[in-house]
Design a protein around this ligand. Structure first.
Ligand code: T5A
Length: 220
């Protein structure tokens, strides 16, 4: 049996994280690797309740500092009740967003002090730093178009959630924030250009995962 690994997907809105998290889970299944898929904010009933509370709020409801604390509270429950127990059972955990999202959105883009961000990370992660973080990188204008098409198709509420209403410049800063985080954590993060077909992206992600965890290649 392979050692259970914790992989996170990060990046701006609509870059294809959810799509690729699902595809990676299928790939792991084909390699007979026990794995679960989860997301942030969310993943446990309490964290999902916090998700609904934050994301459905009006834009002026919370400042970035309060949001950072709320996301960390959700993360603490997620780590304690789902991520840590799953890893302990030998299951790989694939999460659609994790702590880098707080660092990027509320910290580097929202202006929350690094000391607070680091303190919240220490509290919520409790040592569970991801083994690999895949940062999907794309011009936000293209990502916006994708999300817009999805809204037209009705898969999202007509108004989208409040984070998707921020303006384009803000999302360009956000993109830079994720690239900065990746540059500061070269041993953990891999940046992958996301403006490619779903199939091509899936293959590049799988190649990256196998390169990082060569034991996976032996299972096929
Ligand atoms: N947040 C979260 C914080 O501020 N701080 C935190 O600490 C955390 C954890 C979460 C919000 O909360 C914020 C960040 C977010 O604003 P969310 O709904 O989970 O909200 O938001 P996103 O993670 O951005 O989810 P999205 O669904 O909008 O984006 P994804 O998951 O990146 O993209 P995906 O896979 O859903 O694809 C989007 C569309 O593009 C198509 C898909 O079919 C879909 O229609 N698509 C492609 N089209 C062409 N080519 C491809 N390769 C494609 N891949 C997908």
């Amino acid at each position: 049996m392979t050692q259970a690994r914790f992989i996170t997907f990060e990046g701006g809105e609509g870059v294809g994280k959810s799509t690729q998290v699902k595809r990676l889970l299928v790939r792991l299944g084909r390699a007979s690797i026990p794995a679960i898929r989860t997301r942030e904010p969310g993943g446990t009933p309490k964290a999902e309740a916090i998700r609904a509370f934050i994301l459905q709020g009006r834009p002026e409801s919370w400042g970035p500092g309060a949001e950072a604390v709320l996301f960390a509270a959700a993360r603490l429950d997620h780590v304690n009740r789902l991520i840590a127990p799953s890893l302990a059972e030998g299951k790989w955990v694939i999460s659609d967003r994790f702590h880098d999202s707080t660092r990027a959105y509320q910290g580097l883009t929202g202006g929350v002090d690094d000391k607070l961000i680091r303190g919240l990370e220490e509290l919520a992660l409790d040592g569970h730093t991801p083994d690999l973080t895949i940062v999907l990188d794309m011009d936000p204008e293209i990502a916006f178009r994708r999300v817009g098409e999805r809204q037209i198709e009705g898969a999202l509420a007509a108004t989208g959630d409040r984070f998707e209403k921020e303006d384009l410049d803000w999302h360009r800063h956000l993109r830079e924030a994720f690239l900065t985080i990746a540059a500061n954590n070269p041993g953990r993060c891999v940046v992958i250009p996301a403006n490619q077909s779903e199939d091509a992206l899936e293959q590049e992600i799988w190649d990256t995962v196998v390169r990082r965890f060569p034991e996976l290649g032996e299972t096929q």
